[in-house]
Every structure is written in C-alpha cells, then in structure tokens.
Design a protein around this ligand. Structure first.
Ligand SMILES: [Zn+2]
Length: 411
C-alpha cells in the first residue's frame, strides 16, 4: 500500500498549514527544511512524530488553526507525565462524527437502534465520540458513561437497548452479571461496539456467546480524533480504516522502515484533513498488520488486523523478550479455562519469576491443568512459568481496562 497522489496533495496542504501557523510541528518541519513532498518515497522520509513531541507541545503548542476556529480540546488520559492536548475545529468534530457514523453503518447499525454508551465522558475522547457518531446516524443515544452496573442493566432492560458500546472488560463484566442474574431473556441487545483495549479471541467469543450478540472492534486514539477511525465489517476480516481522512503505514518499530503489506509492525498514522492539530507520521506504538487483498464486503477501505499489543508491552523476563499476546495465544488453546488471566512478574533470590493465574470450573483437575499449561508456555517462550489455577470469577473484573500484567520487580 503506497500513498496515492490525492493523499499526497492533502499531506502537502497539511504541511503548509503547519508551517504557516508556526505551531510546534510547523517549526520542526521548517527546521528540517521540509516544505512539501513530491513522491511516496519522499513521504517515507518525513520525520515521525512521537507522543513525547506532543507532550513537549503542552498545553497548546499543537494548535494549527486560528484560536477563533477552535471549538474544543481533548486530552489523552496518560497516567504518567504531562498530558497531551489536542485542539479541534468544528470541521474536525464533524469529520470525526462522519467517520464514527460510518463505523456504526459498517456494523449494520441504523437510526432505529438504541445505543447504550458506557465509555466515559470528559476530557478524553471516548463517550463523546460514540455519542457524536450516534447523533449523526440519527440513532437514539443512551449516554450512561461508565460504572453503576445496576443502573446500566435497568436501563438496558427498560429502554430495550439494541447496541452496547464499551471496553471489552466492561462488556465481559456486564455479560457475566446478566448471566448471574438470569435476565438474558429481558435483554434486547443485538450488537456490541467494543474498543480501547486489546482482547483475545477467547474473550470475544465468551462475550458474544454469553450475550448472544455480534461484536465489532472499533479503532482509534485521542491523538488522531479518537475512537471511530476504523471498524470491522460483517465478514470480520480485520478493521477497515477510513483512508479518505487518514493515511496508515506499518513500520518496523526498530528500524523505522515500512514493511510489506501483510507483515506485522507498528501502526503509523498521518491525518489528511485535520485542522486543529494535524499529525504527520504519528507513531501509535500499536502493533498490527495490513491485510492484503480485498474484503468480501467489497468496501475499498484498507484493513488492519486486530491490534496485537503495543511496542511498549514487551516484558523482559530472564533475559527473554515476552509479549502478553504470546501467553494469551497459548491460553487460547485450553478450552477449559476462561478468557481471564493475570501475569505477575517478581524478582526473588536474584531470579525473575513469572506466575500466570488462570480460571476454570471445579470439574477440572487443577494440578494436571497447571502442568499442561506450563509446558505449552515453555515451548512458546523458552522458560517455565508457575501456573496457578483458580475458580471461575476469582480474578478481578473491571469497568474500564483490566490490568493483566503486574510487574512487581521494580516496586
Ligand atoms: Zn469488509
């Protein structure tokens, strides 16, 4: 996948706007002597932008449109360090809404649907993004925000919500709660739009089965509008990305070179029409790949695979590089365990130790299961973990994102 002529023209337009506004990025481009790019090869030589650059521009150094055109800011929820502030013009807000509307439509959601929105409203882009797209579509938004499971279920039953929007963790929590309370026949949900954290196939299947609904993965990040820049279609062959608004590349995270379609790497995004804070070649640190070929649905929008993790998820244990997704793949081969797991890494007597907690029901021989999982993990990552088997429901559930890796080595 190469950048097209029309996409290049849009990039040049953004480069000119960045320089003219004297924004943080404009200055960087000017210092590098860049005023335009003529070819796809030129484009691939443009410097990357990084989260750190965005933090350095705090508070409003990214602002590229005149102040009177800025209608809103959003901020990334970064738990450490300076936050990132992204200014939006009215056009940016509208464009984002259009993209989100397209996501709902791709998932087969219409203006007859009632959409229960559980992501948070506020500085971050979650709830308000789901809401904006829902209103553009003409569907009925039920703007719950996170938490208060009793109230969520009450509204879901009484208002007959047909779509649930949430993180995968919260969708699982709700699904288990519905099962526990025996109210599944009162639930009218048909679809779930799930975003903001990586989830395993196992978890996906578990939620879909418990609720009896179709699930759609939505993609996005605060730095680039927010959620809604791509979603999978009914064929579930990866997420279509709206390439009339964004240009997407996959690079080798170490060398920074573009990798061929189909190969895994880090997602890099360029905004093609954003006014408030355009970004050129923004490194997302999300790992995925472009799915080559055309989708059976006939949509021409390029597709990326489910997010495999983040470049910064990598754990170094006993000198070996391990990604949580590798452990997850192994656990996926054991039908007798639930989708929930926890990895704890500690340092005892001068040695790293990895413990993996998994859940199952009482009919399984815990000791034998633990041994079989440990063997499989060893064959995948090269060393033997300690596997602890617990009863279903013992591991923590979360209303936002579930922390699955706890590194106690540096406490
Ligand atoms: Zn498709």
């Amino acid at each position: 996948m190469k950048i097209t002529e029309s996409q290049l023209a849009l990039v040049n337009d953004r480069i000119r706007a960045l320089i003219a506004s004297n924004s943080f990025y404009g200055k960087k481009l000017e210092e590098a002597g860049i005023t335009e790019v003529k070819t796809a090869e030129d484009f691939e030589k443009l410097p990357f932008s990084e989260k750190k650059d965005l933090r350095d521009a705090y508070p409003l150094g990214l602002m590229t449109a005149p102040e009177e055109e800025i209608v809103r800011i959003h901020s990334s929820s970064g738990t450490t360090g300076t936050p990132v502030i992204i200014p939006y013009t009215q056009k940016d807000v509208d464009d984002w809404g259009e993209m989100f509307k397209r996501c709902y439509e791709t998932a087969g959601i219409t203006n007859k649907d009632r959409i229960q929105i559980t992501p948070g409203y506020g500085l971050w882009t979650a709830g308000i993004g789901f809401q904006n797209g829902c209103e553009k579509l003409g569907a009925m938004a039920i703007p719950m925000g996170p938490g208060n499971t009793d109230k969520q279920l009450e509204m879901m039953v009484n208002l007959e919500s047909s779509v649930i929007c949430s993180t995968s963790s919260y969708a699982l929590l709700l699904a288990e709660e519905i099962e526990k309370r025996g109210i599944k026949d009162k639930i009218k949900l048909k679809k779930g739009v799930i975003g903001s954290e990586r989830w395993s196939e196992k978890m996906r299947n578990s939620i879909a089965e418990k609720l009896g609904i179709e699930l759609y993965d939505i993609y996005g990040l605060t730095e680039i509008y927010g959620p809604g820049i791509g979603i999978n279609c009914e064929h579930n062959t990866g997420m279509h990305i709206w390439d009339d608004y964004l240009y997407l590349e996959i690079i080798d995270p170490v060398t920074g070179k573009n990798v061929p379609d189909g190969e895994e790497g880090e997602i890099v995004i360029t905004t093609l029409v954003k006014e408030g804070a355009p970004l050129i070649r923004y490194r997302t640190h999300d790992l995925s790949r472009i799915i080559p070929g055309e989708c059976p649905c006939g949509r021409k929008y390029p597709r990326i695979d489910t997010i495999k993790g983040r470049t910064d998820d990598m754990m170094k244990i006993k000198g070996v590089n391990v990604f949580p997704s590798q452990i997850e793949e192994v656990l996926g081969q054991f039908p007798e365990i639930s989708s929930e797991y926890q990895i704890r890494i500690s340092h005892l007597d001068g040695k790293d130790t990895m413990r993996i907690y998994v859940e199952t029901n009482g009919s399984v021989d815990f000791e034998n299961l633990s041994k079989r999982i440990a063997e499989k993990v060893k064959s995948r990552i090269g060393f033997t973990p300690i596997v602890k088997v617990v009863e279903n429901g013992v591991l923590p559930r979360s209303m936002k994102k579930t922390a699955r890796v706890i590194d106690e080595r540096f406490d």
